[in-house]
Write a protein that binds this ligand. Structure first.
Ligand SMILES: [Ca+2]
Ligand SMILES: [Ca+2]
Ligand SMILES: [Ca+2]
Length: 303
C-alpha cells in the first residue's frame, strides 16, 4: 500500500437525518408574510454546488489512514434549488436557485440557504487495497453542532466566495445530535474520493427553533430533521475559497480555506417527514453534506 499522501484523507459525509416515521409530513414553505411558495411539501433539495470543508486534516491523502480520535471541524453551505410539493407562482417567479452571487432579475427574487458547523471525530479508519477509508461521528459538545436555514430577498449566495449563506432572516436553527449522525469517506484513487453523511438534528439547545411563518407544519411536535448528503473530492464546480463569510459572524464565523483543509462538493437534500402522532414527530430531512475523512486500517466498521 502506498502511503502517498499525508494526513488524512478527507472525506465527506453527507448528513442525513432520518427519523423513524416513514410517513411524509407535509409542510408549507412560505415567505414569512403569508405568501406560500409550496404546499403539501415533503422535501427540500439543496444545490449540488454546495460545499463543505474539513478543517486541518488535509491535504487529501488517498493512502493514509486517519488516527482514531482525531477531531476536526466541518463546515457546510448551500442554497436551496428545489422543493418537492405543489409549487406556487410565487416560487416559480422568485426562487433564485443559483449561488452565483447575482440576484435573479425578478422583483420577487429570494433564496433559502443552509449552513452548518460540526465537531467531528474519527471513529475508525484503515487502508484497504491501498486506499484509505474512515468513519466519523460527532463530538457531543454544546453549541458545536448547529445547522441553520436563512431566507433572503437579496439572493446573494456565492459559492466560490463563501458569502451570502448566513445572512437575511434566520428561519430555523437546530442542533445536530450524535445519535443517528454518522459519516464515511473512502478514497477511490490517488486524487478522488467519495463519502456520505447522515445527520439528525433536533430542537434541543436554548435558542433552537423553526419559524412557522416560513416552515409551517413542522411545529410543536418533537421532530427530527434528517440530512443526507453525498461528498465528493475534489470539489470541482463547488470549489470554494471561504465559508460562511459575513452574515452571522457569531453563530457562523467566516473561515478562509488553507492548504491544510479539504474542500468537498456536497450534494444534499432535506426531507420533512413525520407523524402527526406523538411519536418521532415531524421529520425533516435536510440534505447536507458533511464530511468524512480518511483513514485507513481495517477495522470493524462501526455499527
Ligand atoms: Ca443567483
Ligand atoms: Ca443570502
Ligand atoms: Ca458568517
Amino acid at each position: 500500500m502506498k502511503n502517498s499522501f499525508r494526513k488524512l484523507i478527507p472525506v465527506a459525509a453527507a448528513l442525513g437525518f432520518a427519523f423513524a416515521a416513514s410517513s411524509a409530513q407535509a409542510f408549507t414553505l412560505l415567505n414569512g408574510t403569508g405568501t406560500a411558495y409550496a404546499t403539501d411539501a415533503t422535501a427540500l433539495d439543496w444545490n449540488e454546488t454546495g460545499s463543505g470543508v474539513a478543517i486541518g486534516v488535509g491535504p487529501f491523502d488517498s493512502g493514509k489512514a486517519l488516527a482514531v480520535g482525531t477531531n476536526f471541524q466541518f463546515l457546510y453551505q448551500a442554497n436551496m434549488n428545489g422543493v418537492t410539493g405543489t409549487q406556487t407562482d410565487a416560487w416559480l417567479n422568485g426562487i433564485d436557485s443559483s449561488a452565483d452571487g447575482i440576484k435573479r432579475n425578478s422583483p420577487t427574487a429570494f433564496e433559502f440557504t443552509i449552513v452548518a458547523k460540526l465537531s467531528e471525530t474519527v471513529t475508525s479508519s484503515g487502508v484497504i487495497g491501498g486506499f484509505a477509508t474512515a468513519n466519523f461521528g460527532l463530538n457531543n459538545t454544546p453549541g458545536a453542532n448547529k445547522v441553520a436555514i436563512y431566507y433572503d430577498t437579496k439572493a446573494n449566495a456565492n459559492t466560490k466566495a463563501g458569502t451570502g449563506f448566513d445572512d437575511g432572516t434566520l428561519v430555523a436553527l437546530l442542533t445536530v445530535v450524535p445519535d443517528g449522525s454518522l459519516s464515511q469517506f473512502t478514497a477511490k484513487s490517488a486524487t478522488k474520493g467519495q463519502g456520505s453523511t447522515q445527520l439528525q438534528a433536533l430542537i434541543k439547545e436554548p435558542g433552537d427553533f423553526i419559524n412557522p411563518a416560513y416552515l409551517q407544519g413542522v411545529g410543536e411536535m418533537l421532530f427530527g430533521v434528517q440530512f443526507d448528503s453525498n461528498l465528493n473530492y475534489p470539489a470541482g464546480s463547488s470549489a470554494t475559497n471561504n465559508f460562511q463569510k459575513g452574515g452571522d459572524e457569531t453563530l457562523f464565523p467566516g473561515y478562509n480555506v488553507t492548504a491544510n483543509d479539504i474542500v468537498f462538493k456536497v450534494d444534499g437534500a432535506t426531507t420533512l417527514n413525520g407523524s402527526p402522532v406523538p411519536e418521532p414527530g415531524t421529520m425533516m430531512l435536510l440534505g447536507m453534506g458533511m464530511l468524512g475523512l480518511v483513514g485507513a486500517r481495517r477495522r470493524a466498521p462501526k455499527a
